[in-house]
Design a protein around this ligand. Structure first.
Ligand SMILES: Cc1ncc(C[n+]2csc(CCOP(=O)(O)OP(=O)(O)O)c2C)c(N)n1
Ligand SMILES: [Mg+2]
Length: 617
């Protein structure tokens, strides 16, 4: 039996039959398709989506944003489901590049289908075509190659018979996943072919729980038994493997403390007795002191970014050894680790019996408990700051944290918020803390919040966004209103880039280009720019309020929760009052020579700090 369809119709028919499966549960893998139409897709994929409504179509405002929405949707679904994205050729396509990089860096599955120039070629150059004198086999879509985990261009209708299964394999591979780009020349999209009927039957892509080598597992148990100061670093892989319960049991049974990366935060609830909070550049004092002294570090589902490793200065014990549980061999071997290549949940479940009778020493467990209670006091102190307006960011975080119920999710991505949230946020359940900090992409916040809401519309989603990020990409408020996916957006207006301003000053400079003030001669030293964020949000259709005191903020958050459409609470916050760093450092290279004394002083300190960077062999 054959079905005569266009390439676009066949893709749409195929995608709706693809499922992911794990632990006996099945999920429709591609929940729907976001897209903006142009001549490169309207008559192809657009036509197919319009005639076959099984695969739901969503309109967004910006192609970069829809990729963030898809990635956030996938992250909130622990990578069991995702969304596809269709664009026209040229700028519509390349607008997705930043989103693709964000998804790939964060190891999140997204399916991108940019339109492409005519395969037939005779009408070239078509509108928006990049020409090349050295090859006709080139288009702007070639830019997606380095940011995609799979990249293909369909030149003939029958090619999708072999391309689409590869697309699905990569999307559902816990090791390989990331952005998958399928370039669709605009003429090929509309060409018909007799596709075999079986191609459109339901297919379930089982996401395996791969098991680690038994010998290596035994060796890991020996290393842990011999350890005096073991420490677990929980990364995003713990969440994607849905291994929180297994980790909680492992930590409770062994007494080994657990610290968390940005992607791993929420792996354990903040009140779990072994949970010592954020580690690395934006870590808590306890976690960072434990990391500095640890003799065995058990990294679970972490890629050891510089924020986690404090630019390779976090682990200072001369004899430190790493045991890395990771589904990706690539990550498992990092830091010369004993590579337990396998799924986090089953590996923890199989490792625990090998540690029967083992407990971290009483002294060690007491010090963990002390670090925990000291940190709780510090969070209370920062949440409890009562600054005159403009109020402090720490207070705002405290107020928002109290406004959330257990099932809700907080979303953020860039600026000074991620570091403060990593330290201060009290996460109640896995998935409750959603930070895009692999790419820390300004503009992810609202678009990402939409994806999180779509993943489970029953929950309240709180988006925390700086004024800089908001100005970069706020337009998906319109999409949230059109689709009826309500977001609670909290906009922290500190009139500029407090994060980069602080960084600039710590490097001996004066924070050039980081404040939203009028130009006065050479500098932006004038009055604050009169940007009215509440009016801006209201003009997009949101329910917007402006507050200045903490009490007003708490009231506005309560009101916002009751609303059925997207709300934006704008709160002015202090540019200067910052949450400090604790026991850590980040390598941002400082000018080796300068006319400015503060830069020379910063360089001197930098060289001292850098001497602590380690290589592991
Ligand atoms: C797309 C993008 N461009 C630039 C940066 C570099 N960057 C990181 S934070 C930041 C400023 C963010 O400003 P805002 O959202 O107001 O947060 P604040 O620093 O004030 O907390 C910049 C420019 C980035 N992370 N992403
Ligand atoms: Mg700001």
């Amino acid at each position: 039996m054959k079905r005569r369809l266009t390439v676009a119709q066949a893709i749409v028919a195929y995608l709706q039959k693809q499922y992911s499966g794990r632990d006996g549960k099945e999920h429709r893998l591609i929940e729907g398709v976001f897209g903006i139409f142009g001549h490169g897709n309207v008559a192809g994929i657009g036509q197919a989506l319009e005639q076959d409504r099984e695969l739901k179509y969503y309109l967004c405002r910006n192609e970069q944003a829809m990729v963030h929405t898809a990635a956030a949707f996938a992250k909130a679904n622990f990578r069991m489901r995702t969304l596809a994205c269709t664009t026209s050729i040229g700028p519509g396509a390349t607008n997705m590049l930043t989103g693709a990089a964000t998804a790939t860096v964060n190891r999140l599955p997204v399916l991108l289908m940019p339109g492409d120039i005519f395969a037939r070629r005779n009408v070239a150059p078509v509108l928006q075509q990049l020409e090349s004198g050295s090859s006709q086999d080139i288009s702007v879509n070639d830019c997606f190659k380095p940011v995609s985990k799979y990249w293909d261009r369909i030149q003939r209708p029958e090619q999708i018979l072999t391309a689409l299964p590869e697309v699905m394999r990569v999307l559902t591979s816990p090791v390989e996943t990331g952005a998958v780009t399928l370039c669709l020349p605009q003429d090929v999209q509309t060409e018909a072919y007799d596709y075999p009927e079986e191609f459109f039957q339901k297919r379930v892509w089982e996401i395996p729980r791969s098991r680690c080598d038994a010998g290596l597992l035994n060796r890991a148990a020996e290393w842990i038994r011999a350890a005096k100061k073991p420490l677990i670093v929980a990364g995003g892989g713990v969440l994607y493997s849905e291994a929180s319960e297994a980790l909680g049991k492992f930590a409770a049974a062994t007494g080994i403390p657990v610290c968390e990366t940005q992607a791993g935060k929420g792996a354990l609830a903040y009140d779990h007795p072994q949970e010592v909070g954020a580690v690395g550049v934006t870590g808590t004092p306890g976690a960072n002191i434990l990391a500095r002294e640890a003799d065995v570090v058990i990294g679970i589902g972490t890629r050891y970014s510089d924020f986690t490793s404090a630019s390779k200065t976090a682990f200072q014990n001369t004899g430190v050894r790493f045991i890395n549980i990771n589904v990706a061999e690539f990550d498992a071997y990092k830091h010369a680790g004993l590579a337990l290549t396998g799924d986090a949940r089953v590996t923890l479940e199989e490792l625990l019996p090998l540690l029967a009778g083992y407990q971290a020493s009483t002294d060690y467990r007491v010090s963990v408990a002390n670090f925990r209670s000291e940190w709780e006091h510090e969070v209370d102190r920062i949440y409890g700051i009562r600054k005159e307006p403009p109020i402090s960011q720490g207070e705002v975080i405290g107020a928002v944290n109290s406004a959330l119920e257990a099932g809700d999710t907080m979303v953020c991505a860039a600026g000074s918020l991620p570091g403060d949230l990593h330290k201060l946020w009290r996460t109640k359940r896995p998935g409750g803390y959603h930070l895009e900090y692999g790419y820390s992409c300004m503009g992810y916040e609202i678009a990402g919040g939409l994806g999180v809401k779509m993943a489970d519309p029953r929950r309240e989603v709180y988006v925390m966004v700086g004024d800089g990020s908001y100005l970069m990409m706020a337009q998906e408020i319109v999409t949230s209103i059109q689709e009826g996916y309500k977001l609670n957006i909290v906009l922290l207006d500190n009139h500029g880039f407090s994060s980069i301003g602080g960084l600039s000053r710590s490097c001996g400079n004066e924070g050039m280009g980081t404040s939203y003030r009028y130009r006065k001669g050479e500098k932006y030293d004038g009055d604050v720019l009169p940007v009215d964020f509440a009016a801006n949000a209201a003009s997009l259709g949101a329910c917007a309020t402006r507050v200045s005191t903490r009490d007003e903020l708490i009231h506005a958050l309560a009101e916002s929760r009751k609303q059925t459409r997207t709300t934006v609470v704008v709160v002015e916050t202090s540019y200067e009052q910052r949450v400090p760093g604790y026991e850590s450092w980040w390598d941002v290279a400082i000018a080796e020579v300068s006319e400015l004394e503060p830069v020379r002083a910063a360089r001197k300190k930098y060289e001292e700090a850098r001497s602590k960077e380690r290589l592991f062999f």
